[in-house]
Design a protein around this ligand. Structure first.
Ligand code: ZN
Length: 412
């Protein structure tokens, strides 16, 4: 008997659409390039310096090619909806392009050309930290006011109003990168405009120390006191939380978007996924930095990392809950509630990673065993974008990516 979300149909296993609720597509270009000591990326902050170098080398063409290929790989891995946390807005140095929303639209176009649903999470960024002006390499992320952020978001939404697979959300970068008033203003605007609302929260210990120093409160307490945490709030990472902070997110039915492969890659820390689940927070997942692109690994890592930490099994979430995190909750976090049923991912039940799966435990077989190699067809809103494991535009996307990569690496 079949019981879970995954269903067997002949020699296929069918899943609803899968979402990655947090993505920085351009970071795909860093994959495999920061893993040696010689790169001096020995912690999050020094890795960030290399990432800033890449962010400042991008132009509209290279941003398109890199993002497009990242999205093509996402589709081939079974992802149908992406929340792009977009913060490279302006020219290097901070001067806006003549068309202010050029880069946001470039990223949207890259996703749509790959056939994905996209929610462009327009980021607000203003400073390097409490009382610290933005660094030169952060200038192209920055705006003069929260109002400018909102105006750009509304402009992008207007320009894509005829494409039902494009929507727009608001995303103050973090308590570190914007002042408190921006978070309140953008949160209010997101409610008013019925947009998804997303923030990096407690990814690194230093962010918490700085928040305590600036406001006398930890990030989740600050956001709760300012009325920002509700059922539309997406806390990205939510790594370093005290028990009462998990409770605040849970009682609000907020989302916690865990990005375990990136959090592991960057040495962010151990997640408190188990506490978040117990308190009622809704988990979702994010490919984030594209250190690898594997939504099944992203989901299973929530449980497996918790097992290492607790030295026990069955700690945070079982396979049906993780399947829900990837599909239903991921879509809901992006303001796309229910649309996961309009998209479809099919896997080859005879793939070596799935062969012999127990019919009653298909969710378990997929979450804990499948690799993207098993993906056969992917369709979004009835349009097939992956056939027999290959994206319909794979070669063209790869050639564009390699061309732009060469250009970028020469400029670094
Ligand atoms: Zn991020």
């Amino acid at each position: 008997m079949q019981t879970g979300i995954a269903h067997r149909v002949g020699d296929r296993i069918e899943l609803p659409g899968l979402a990655t609720a947090h993505s920085h597509a351009f970071q795909r270009a860093l994959r495999g390039r920061t893993e040696r000591k010689a790169t001096k990326a020995n912690n999050f902050w020094s890795w960030r310096g290399l990432m800033y170098g890449l962010a400042n080398a991008l132009d509209p063409e290279t941003l398109y090619d890199i993002s497009h290929f990242a999205f093509v790989e996402l589709a081939m891995s079974g992802v149908t909806a992406v929340g792009e946390f977009h913060y490279v807005q302006h020219q290097p140095g901070g001067q806006p392009y003549d068309d202010r929303t050029l880069l946001a639209e470039t990223v949207v176009r890259a996703a749509r050309d790959a056939g994905l649903r996209i929610v462009l999470l327009r980021v607000g960024y203003q400073r390097a930290g409490a009382g610290k002006a933005a660094l030169a390499e952060q200038m192209r992320f920055c705006d003069a006011s929260a109002d400018a952020v909102l105006k750009d978001a509304l402009e992008v939404r207007k320009r894509f109003r005829n494409d039902p697979l494009v929507s727009v959300g608001l995303a103050p970068h973090s308590v570190r990168a914007v002042p408190r008033s921006w978070i309140e203003d953008l949160s209010r605007a997101a409610k008013h405009e019925k947009m998804p609302f997303s923030m990096h929260v407690a990814e690194q210990r230093l962010e918490i120390e700085e928040c305590l120093h600036e406001y006398g409160k930890r990030p989740v307490h600050l956001l709760a006191d300012d009325g920002v945490i509700d059922e539309r709030f997406v806390a990205v990472h939510a790594t370093h939380l005290m028990p009462d902070e998990a409770k605040i997110l849970g009682h609000a039915r907020a989302f916690a978007c865990l990005c375990r492969t990136t959090e592991r890659d960057l040495g962010d820390g151990v997640s408190v996924a188990g506490a978040l689940v117990v308190e009622g927070a809704r988990l979702c997942t994010g490919i984030d930095s594209y250190s690898i692109t594997d939504p099944f690994e992203e989901a299973r890592s929530i449980e497996l990392d918790a097992r290492i930490h607790r030295e026990a099994r069955h700690v945070a979430a079982d396979a049906p809950a993780l399947m829900e995190a990837m599909s239903k909750n991921g879509y809901a976090a992006l303001g796309l509630s229910g649309l996961e049923t309009r998209d479809k991912v099919t896997l080859d039940a005879n793939d070596a990673s799935l062969a012999g799966a127990d019919e009653a435990l298909l969710d378990d077989a997929v979450i804990f065993g499948a690799t993207p190699r098993a993906i056969r067809e992917v369709s979004v809103e009835g349009r097939t974008i992956v056939e027999n494991g290959l994206h319909i535009g794979y070669d063209k996307a790869r050639i564009g990516y390699e061309r732009s990569l060469k250009k970028i690496l020469a400029a670094l």
